[in-house]
Write a protein that binds this ligand. Structure first.
Ligand code: JB2
Length: 215
C-alpha cells in the first residue's frame, strides 16, 4: 500500500520533487502546502495545494512523511526544522536513474534527481538537493541544506558547507573546501578554497559581490 507524503512548497522545484516521489511507486501525495497568496486550491501535477504552512497541524499528525520542495536553502532549512520539530518525518527521495555507491550516506529530506551520480564514501547532509545530472565524487561531504544545481561536478574529497549553492554546470577540483552559505556561480571552475559567506564566479573562480547571487 502506498504511503502518504506531504509536499511543502508549490513552485518549479515541487514539480520535479512530486514527479520523483510518484515515480518511486512508494508514495501517494497527500497534498501540497504553499504560502503564496492564492495558491490554495491550485493543482500541481494533479496534486492539490491544501493551504499554507501555518496550517500544517491541520493536515499532518506526528509521524506524517514530508519533503520540503523549495530551492532556497535557507527556506528549506527553516521549514524542515519546523516540520521535524512538530514530529513529522522528513523522507529522502532518490530518482531511479541516479547512481549511488553503496557506501554513500545520505541525510533526511535530501533529494537526488535524475541522472545524478554519487560515488564511494560521499556523505550528503539533511535537506540537500543533488539536482539533475550533478556529480559528487568519492569522499565528498555536502553539508546540510546545500544545493548542487543541475550538471555541477564535485571531484573527489571536496567539502561543501551548509546552505551553500553550487551553481549549474560549476566544477570543483579535488580536495577543495567550500564554506557555509556560499554561492558558486554558474559554470565556475573552483580551484582554490572558498571562505564561508562568499560568492565566487568565473574560470578560474574569483570572489564577487554576494548581492548578485544566482543559480
Ligand atoms: O515559507 C514558505 C515559502 N516561501 C516560499 N513556506 C511555504 N510553504 N512555501 C514557501 N514558498 C514557496 O516556494 C512559494 O510560494 C513558491 O510556491 C515556492 C517557490 O517557487 P519557485 O518556482 O519560485 O522556486 P522553487 O523553489 O520551486 O524552485 C527554484 O529552485 C529549484 C531548485 C527554481 O530556481 C527552480 O528553477 C530550481 N530548479
Amino acid at each position: 500500500m502506498k504511503k502518504d507524503l506531504l509536499v511543502i512548497g508549490g513552485g518549479g522545484h515541487a514539480k520535479v520533487v512530486i514527479d520523483l516521489a510518484l515515480r518511486s511507486g512508494v508514495w501517494r501525495i497527500a497534498g501540497v502546502l504553499d504560502d503564496a497568496p492564492g495558491a490554495t486550491g491550485r493543482a500541481i501535477l494533479g496534486c492539490v495545494v491544501l493551504g499554507g504552512t501555518e496550517r500544517i497541524s491541520d493536515y499532518a499528525r506526528p509521524g506524517t512523511a514530508f519533503v520540503i520542495a523549495i530551492g532556497s536553502n535557507a527556506i528549506r532549512e527553516r521549514l524542515q526544522t519546523t516540520a521535524t520539530a512538530a514530529g513529522l518525518v522528513a523522507v529522502t527521495l532518490i530518482h531511479p536513474s541516479a547512481v549511488l555507491a553503496e557506501s554513500v550516506r545520505i541525510g533526511n529530506g535530501a533529494v537526488v534527481m535524475a541522472g545524478a551520480v554519487i560515488n564511494s564514501d560521499a556523505t550528503i547532509g539533511n535537506g540537500v538537493i543533488v539536482n539533475t545530472g550533478a556529480v559528487v565524487d568519492h569522499d565528498c561531504h555536502l553539508g546540510d541544506y546545500c544545493h548542487l544545481a543541475p550538471g555541477a561536478t564535485l571531484c573527489g574529497s571536496v567539502s561543501v558547507g551548509p546552505r551553500t549553492l553550487v551553481g549549474v554546470g560549476a566544477s570543483v577540483i579535488p580536495g577543495i573546501a567550500i564554506g557555509s552559505d556560499c554561492v558558486v556561480g554558474a559554470g565556475a571552475a573552483v580551484v582554490s578554497h572558498v571562505t564561508s559567506g562568499t560568492r565566487v564566479v568565473g574560470v578560474p573562480a574569483r570572489r564577487a559581490n554576494m548581492e548578485r547571487a544566482s543559480e
